[in-house]
Write a protein that binds this ligand. Structure first.
Ligand SMILES: [Mn+2]
Length: 190
């Protein structure tokens, strides 16, 4: 089974379109899965603590052409959670915190700790392969350390436990192709 994983879209119409176009041409047989932070929240982390019941328009960047692009399942990111917090609405409550795909777990990275240098302190998931977003830094992690990768070149996963940050759609047009039968991941950039 092939999966195209993309996250941190932050309401970017043009970047999302570019990534979806590349998936359509290079991996048309892949199931698309979202890693969260689909939308951009206008309210910062600190201000969100005291902001309540504001309109969705004030809380989030929601360009009309964006929602129709979201035709795939996704987990919930911190942006979606913050939008719900400051509006008191439940627009994203249906998005799960975690998704299981063939041989891997999909979670947004705000659910665990990060080091000061933005290295993920990954949870021990089952299955041990975890795909995530959050820091907007694409990376393949093994035992807490990043391993080298080149865009467009498939990497064979030799061990069981890895963390894969697909990077960001917004501003970087990054995504990851995962082939669960071949056990390969390919970092992509549109
Ligand atoms: Mn995030």
């Amino acid at each position: 089974m092939k999966y195209a994983l993309l996250g941190d879209l932050h309401s970017s119409v043009e970047d999302t379109k570019a990534v979806l176009q590349q998936i359509k041409c290079c991996a048309s047989d892949a199931q698309i899965i979202g890693l969260g932070d689909l939308y951009e929240c206008h309210v910062g982390k600190r201000k969100a603590k005291i902001t309540r019941d504001i309109s969705i328009k004030r809380a989030a960047h929601m360009p009309k052409k964006f929602a129709p692009l979201l035709t795939f399942p996704s987990v919930r990111g911190n942006q979606e959670e913050r939008i719900m917090l400051v509006t008191g609405r439940n627009d994203f409550a249906h998005l799960p915190e975690k998704l299981l795909i063939d041989g891997a777990v999909v979670i947004h990275g705000h659910q665990w700790k990060w080091t000061k240098g933005w290295l993920p302190v990954l949870p021990k998931t089952d299955p041990p392969l975890v795909f995530f977003g959050h820091s907007h830094i694409a990376g393949l992690y093994r035992k807490g350390r990043p391993l080298p990768f080149s865009y467009g070149e498939p990497i064979l996963l030799k061990k069981k436990r890895y963390g894969i940050n697909a990077g960001a759609v917004s501003g970087a047009r990054e995504w990851v192709l995962y082939d669960s039968s071949a056990r390969t991941v390919t970092f992509m950039k549109a």
